[in-house]
Design a binder for this molecule. Structure first.
Ligand code: DP6
Length: 341
């Protein structure tokens, strides 16, 4: 029998209001809603091929060219869920019974706090869904691979509604890609190596030990409403303030976790100081930042301010060896800020 395969890409998403904490670790039901922006397909994306192979050939999974364990509970759960839904939707069972091979490649550092698992599981879900002809919402399937992956299934601004069951914990688009065309992103790669404590373990530790976490969870619904309004109105100041405050609160919760989680480093802190100084000197809030579970900075501004901000950041934070920025809907360059100040 000949093989048939599907290749699809999914971009990373940047969380403006963070997901951190699970109510159910297996189904990946989060403690709170989160909201993100999905970068464009052109850069910082995962590309996944899913292919059925002849009976008797072994099923396999590769990540960035390295063979991984297809028995890993999360990738296995995604494959099983896609097949289950495909079966209900009437896909030919002989296709579903064939061994499958999956190969995924990220074009950016993996597990360095740059949402690699989000893009990876979103691309894998989309490729498997297309392979087996699944119709309808894929976000709830991507979610069981990695929570934040459900937000990379859609473009633009996306809200993950926490829900309380596997069925109602889904991601929905709040505004499309072209809603805010002047918005630009600048990703500063401070360290491109994997983080010491992964998100799954970090969240578990936070839920078990952080006395501040319940207050954060209680504060999220108002933040989600406020940032949704700011996005709808393209109110940069409000959006940037809410995003920076949520990033800072998330990292405060990480410090409140015991033993503490140090995701940002000195360079990250200097970048935060720089953004606040820059806004002060400019006399208005024109740049914002957010940091996920790693030291790399996601800066954002509007088109008219992008070139100047990018040049200043590059001058201050890059040693000029590799200057590679990411900007906006069509990310083009990333800063390598690994040898800084
Ligand atoms: C800090 O989605 O990687 O980036 O569900 O355990 O795979 P798992 O976690 P993951 O966590 C991402 C956390 C975050 C914030 C966010 O993306 O909202």
């Amino acid at each position: 029998m000949s093989s048939s395969g599907v290749t699809l890409t999914a971009p990373v998403n940047i969380a403006l209001i963070k997901y951190w904490g699970k109510l159910d670790e297996t189904a990946i039901i989060p403690t709170n809603d989160s909201l993100s922006f999905t970068l464009s397909q052109d850069d910082m994306c995962a590309t996944t091929t899913a292919m059925t192979v002849a009976r008797g050939v072994k099923s396999k999974f590769w990540l960035n060219g390295k063979e991984m364990d297809l028995g890993h509970p999360r990738i296995r759960a995604v494959v099983e869920e896609v097949r289950k839904i495909a079966k209900v939707q009437g896909t030919d069972e002989t296709l579903l019974d064939l061994p499958v091979r999956i190969a995924s490649i990220n074009n950016f550092p993996t597990a360095a706090g740059l949402a690699s698992s989000a893009a990876g599981y979103a691309a894998a879900t989309a490729a498997l869904g297309a392979l087996y002809g699944v119709k309808g919402d894929l976000s709830r399937i991507a979610r069981i691979g990695s929570g934040s992956a459900c937000r990379s299934i859609s473009g633009g601004f996306v809200r993950w509604i926490a829900g309380s069951t596997s069925e109602d914990s889904i991601a929905v688009q709040v505004a499309p890609e072209n809603h805010w065309p002047s918005l630009r992103w600048l990703i500063c790669v401070v360290r491109a190596t994997p983080k010491a404590v992964g998100s799954t373990e970090g969240m578990r530790r936070t839920i078990q030990t952080s006395p501040l976490m319940p207050a954060r969870i209680a504060s999220v619904p108002d933040k989600i409403s406020a940032i949704t309004k700011a996005i709808q109105e393209r109110n940069f100041r409000a959006m940037a303030e809410l995003t920076m405050q949520d990033s800072n609160q998330f990292h405060a919760i990480c410090l409140d976790t015991f033993p503490p989680l140090f995701y940002m480093n000195d360079v990250s802190h200097r970048i935060i100081d720089f953004v606040h100084d820059y806004n002060r000197v400019k006399g208005s809030l024109i740049a914002g930042y957010t940091f996920d579970a790693g030291p790399n900075a996601c800066l954002f501004t509007e088109q008219e301010n992008f070139d100047e901000l990018a040049s200043v950041v590059e001058a201050l934070f890059s040693d000029g060896v590799e200057t590679d920025f990411v900007k906006g809907m069509k990310p083009e360059r990333k800063v390598d800020a690994s040898k800084l100040l």
